[in-house]
Design a protein around this ligand. Structure first.
Ligand SMILES: O=C(O)c1cc(=O)[nH]c(=O)n1[C@@H]1O[C@H](COP(=O)(O)O)[C@@H](O)[C@H]1O
Length: 314
């Protein structure tokens, strides 16, 4: 199952870090941009090659030290078909390197439409009697706002194709309180969603004891993270917000269980664009090395905080 593969990678690499692949053209080293713009003009095809070169180098630098990557589809989709082609190439390359690939697509719709999302992103699509994989990453992020029938459509591919999903429960952004923290029947909305996710989680339990149905829990709300940990004990958390959004290791350790497992922590900008940090004096052509160093620092930071709490798995 997806979750067993992920937990095995976490244990082997002794790392709970997910590298978020969120490329921003303006932050990609100039020499790399110029190489492709000179060859192919100011075209989306040139952008595809820039996104590919950049992402491949990041993956080459981090695949041995992290269990997973999380490409955020919007950063590719904004460049149209060529951007989506770069997304697919990056996802496939990461998979070849043995990484778990979490497609951050944040989809969710009425049942039939959700099924199409699931087919395209974690399952396969029927073409003239044959099933063809379009993106087929290991797991995706799902928006639960439309309710149970939306999640149900992803379950088939989770159970039959051994894939996974992370359902948005409490997001890291400042406005997440606006709707997610509203009270209904004595509970916050995010608690209601957590109960729904916990129920689905029980239908996709792996040998490791955790489920291939996970939850997105923002690192920027540590108290809520702790509460959610108790509401969804078997659910793996995907925790964004460390680094650029201000959350620290002491915040995210609350999302882990006593066994030292239960959460993977994402950082995007702070890792892939670490070379731009003024105090670190990297050259532009060292952007990959800078990303590796940042991912190692993050791994060690999290592990030492877990160790202090006696929560470190290894
Ligand atoms: O689903 C997500 O990954 C996600 C959920 C959430 O609540 N907050 C959040 O920041 N994210 C994503 O996590 C990444 C965070 O990026 P950085 O802030 O650069 O580390 C982005 O790709 C966001 O889209």
């Amino acid at each position: 199952m997806f979750i067993d593969r992920l937990v095995q990678q976490i244990k082997e690499k002794k790392s709970n870090v997910v590298v978020g692949l969120d490329p921003r053209l303006e932050l990609i080293p100039r020499f790399l941009q110029e190489r492709h713009f000179q060859q192919q003009g100011k075209t989306l095809k040139a952008v595809e090659e820039i996104l590919w070169d950049f992402g491949k180098e990041i993956i080459d630098q981090v695949w041995e030290i992290v269990p997973a990557v999380k490409p955020q589809i919007a950063f590719y989709e904004q460049y149209g078909i060529e951007g989506m082609s770069a997304y697919r190439r990056i996802c496939r390359y990461a998979e070849q390197k043995g990484l778990s690939v979490i497609g951050d697509i944040k989809r969710g719709d009425i049942g039939t439409t959700s099924k199409a999302y699931s087919n395209g992103h974690i399952g396969s699509t029927l073409v003239e009697g044959e099933r063809i994989e379009a993106f087929a990453v290991d797991a995706v992020t799902v928006n639960p706002y439309l309710g149970d029938d939306c999640l149900k459509e992803f379950m088939e591919d989770i159970q039959e194709a051994n894939k996974g999903m992370f359902v948005l429960v409490k997001t890291s952004n400042p406005s997440s309180i606006q709707l997610q923290d509203l009270e209904t029947g004595g509970k916050k909305i995010y608690e209601v969603v957590a109960e729904m996710v916990a129920a689905w989680s029980h239908q996709a339990l792996g040998k490791c004891g955790y489920s291939s149905v996970g939850a997105v829990v923002g690192a920027t709300y540590p108290e809520q993270g702790e509460r959610l940990r108790t509401l969804m004990p078997k659910t793996y958390f995907l925790v964004p917000g460390y680094g650029a959004q201000g959350a620290k290791a002491e915040d995210i350790v609350r999302c882990f269980n006593e066994d030292g497992l239960g959460a993977i922590i994402n950082s995007s900008r702070d890792i892939i664009f670490a070379y731009t940090k003024k105090d670190q004096h990297w050259r532009e052509d060292q952007y990959g090395e800078a990303a590796r160093t940042a991912a190692l620092r993050m791994r060690d930071d999290i592990n030492s905080h877990l160790l202090q709490l006696g929560k470190c798995y290894w």
